[in-house]
Design a protein. Structure first.
Ligand code: CA
Length: 231
């Protein structure tokens, strides 16, 4: 009986895994809009896809179409986060930069300066979130980098969270324990029971049939036992 129930559970799990297995998404990278002015003004002089924001241009320019000084870049990307958790974003820039998550301004360092690292920890729901980094180079050397990882993997990151400054059109953010909380927009994770109920709903699993099978097997095992006792 126990073995049979385990088998039934295994079948359900296998079916559930087959149904919810996500298709591996192709990472489209960042859309980068490059401007020949330091204020992201007018029409971009260059639009290209950057697989990552990880640049050290030093004294030179990102592209022949862009000047070596007094340029700006806006990178945007829709990133799918596999789990709801706290994530630490590490931004490096020379000169200034701003970071937005879902159009909420979470780091504002729009200033002339040498290479500086800024970290911010943000609580995100599971699912898609828009990452946007704006950057400008005033003069001299230039670099721009952005990466993120689970806050638990970054020592001391939560202490550097700034006060969030939501843009007027954006939903308000709240701060709890040094962590910036964004408005909840993602879908909650499907629980195990949710998956089973969904499969039942889709009639992939027929509970009455499974119950009948279990009862049949129980009857069979009981009869076998009686036969042994009788003989
Ligand atoms: Ca510079």
């Amino acid at each position: 009986m126990k073995i049979l129930l385990s088998l039934v559970a295994m079948v359900i799990l296998t079916l559930a895994t087959a149904v919810i297995q996500p298709v591996e998404a192709v990472d489209a990278g960042f859309s980068g809009e490059y401007f020949n002015n330091p204020t992201l003004s007018g029409t971009a002089a260059l639009v290209r896809t950057d697989s990552a924001i990880d640049f050290n241009w030093r004294q030179s320019s990102p592209d022949p179409a862009i000047s070596a000084d007094n340029f700006s870049v806006r990178w945007t990307k829709a990133e799918t986060f596999a789990q709801a958790d706290k994530y630490t974003f590490t931004m490096v820039s020379d000169d200034g930069a701003k970071l937005y998550i879902d159009n909420n301004l979470v780091t504002d360092k729009w200033m002339e300066r040498g290479t500086t690292t800024d970290k911010v920890t943000v609580e995100l729901s599971q699912g898609d979130h828009q990452i946007k980094m704006e950057y400008y180079e005033y003069f001299g050397s230039a670099n721009a980098k952005l990466k993120w990882e689970l806050a638990g993997n970054v020592a001391g990151a939560a202490t550097t969270a700034p006060t969030p400054q939501p843009s007027p059109s954006a939903q308000p953010t709240t701060t709890k324990g040094g962590v910036t909380e964004l408005p909840k927009t993602g879908t909650p994770a499907l629980g195990w029971m949710g998956v089973v109920l969904m499969l039942v709903g889709l009639k992939i699993i027929n509970l009455s049939k499974i119950k009948a099978r279990i009862e049949d097997s129980a009857k069979y095992l009981w009869n076998e036992r009686q036969l042994k006792l009788d003989s």
